[in-house]
Ligand binder design. Structure first.
Ligand SMILES: C[S@@+](CC[C@H](N)C(=O)[O-])C[C@H]1O[C@@H](n2cnc3c(N)ncnc32)[C@H](O)[C@@H]1O
Length: 346
């Protein structure tokens, strides 16, 4: 039956997701959807990880490694500038020529970005968390990947309403503000008492090959994302973050217990727990509610769950003796390019 392959629909959907910011992937994804052989190379990856990202990541990785092929001329991240509409025959040829390496990468790697642009969306939520308890934040990031978001206070921010904040930094995060409500952008960065990441498969910021895979998952038309990632990576390399390996469900309690008494634990995650199923996420909420009965803390979540049309930013304040207070703060773009604040003050 035509259209029965779910992978075909994945690539058709991916083409629409990319349409606005990555004409190259939009054009290629529409063609991969129709090509059974190339499409098949996206099979075999981790079941919770989007196959389109894995296939395009594998090809991009090989190009970033320096593999020579006419396809390079279409990838802006390696200096290409040819129009996307002409790329398909070269992409297909590249996939056939490097089929073994591509299938191996799809099988072995995970969709692990570290999208520093999301810090522009996280910052007002983290500032609200800081203001709510008035004590330095002890950051615990679930799904930290290489931990770059743990250093959000070392980047410079530029919002489209003209607000600039943060230290002078080669890592410049630009965020467009949409809608009529301005987010509460703080005059100074929230104070940070500590930083700790948790990840099923942490990426060592000092490991060049692992960081190249993270770069590979950046859409090649979006060179500015690559520039930001590399700038943040270089900042993190000066004092690499501590990231525990394992499932957040198992590790959050010990990470939480280790938070200093004079700090506010702040558990946050962005584009991470969407990779777990609904039952896991319910158990995680339950776990956090239990921790909230022990001591006050903030929980910031920026996730794109299947039922939502896009990413949603929530802040939950856990105060001992009170029911957790959960607020939808904003809708956002999945790379953090824009946010629409929806929470009203007070
Ligand atoms: C798509 S990446 C996003 C990374 C980073 N938060 C960002 O926004 O750039 C998702 C990360 O979450 C991690 N992850 C997913 N489920 C997890 C779990 N149950 N416990 C710990 N880490 C998890 C993955 O290993 C991966 O590194």
């Amino acid at each position: 039956m035509a259209g029965a392959d779910p992978l075909q629909r994945e690539f058709e959907f991916f083409a629409t997701v990319c349409a606005e910011y990555c004409p190259l992937y939009a054009a290629l994804s529409a063609r991969v959807a129709e090509d059974e052989l190339v499409r098949s190379m996206a099979r075999g990856g981790h079941s919770q990880h989007p196959p389109a990202n894995l296939l395009f990541g594998a090809v991009h990785y090989l190009l970033l490694c320096g593999v020579d092929h006419p396809l390079r001329a279409f990838y802006a991240t390696v200096g290409g500038a040819r129009p996307a509409d002409d790329a398909w025959p070269h992409f297909r040829d590249f996939c056939l020529a490097h089929e073994h390496a591509i299938r191996q990468l799809v099988r072995e790697r995970l969709v692990q970005t570290n999208e520093v642009g999301r810090c522009g969306v996280l910052l007002p939520a983290l500032a609200c968390a800081f203001a709510s308890f008035d004590a330095p934040l002890h950051l615990i990031e679930v799904g930290a990947s290489s931990g770059l978001n743990l250093f959000f206070d070392r980047y410079h921010y530029h919002y489209s309403n003209g607000v600039e904040l943060g230290p002078n930094s080669p890592a410049l995060v630009e965020t467009e503000l949409r809608g009529g409500i301005e987010p509460p952008l703080p005059p100074v960065m929230p104070a940070i008492a500590g930083r700790l990441g948790i990840d099923l498969a942490p990426v060592d910021v000092l490991d060049d090959d692992a960081m190249r895979w993270i770069e590979s998952l950046i859409w090649p038309d979006m060179v500015e994302r690559l520039v930001l990632l590399r700038a943040a990576r270089d900042i993190a390399r000066r004092s690499p973050p501590r990231i525990l390996t394992g499932d957040a469900m198992d590790l959050v309690p010990e990470a939480f217990a280790a938070a200093p008494r004079d700090a506010t634990p702040c558990i946050f995650h962005c584009h991470a727990i969407y990779q777990m199923d609904r039952a896991w996420r319910e158990r995680f909420e339950h776990l956090l509610a239990g921790l909230g009965r022990r001591r006050d803390f903030a929980h910031v979540s920026l996730e794109w769950l299947r039922d939502d049309p896009g990413p949603r930013l929530h802040l939950t304040l856990h105060r001992r003796g009170e029911a957790p207070q959960r607020t939808l703060l904003a809708e956002a773009h999945h790379h953090g390019r824009w946010m629409r604040w929806v929470a009203r003050a007070g």
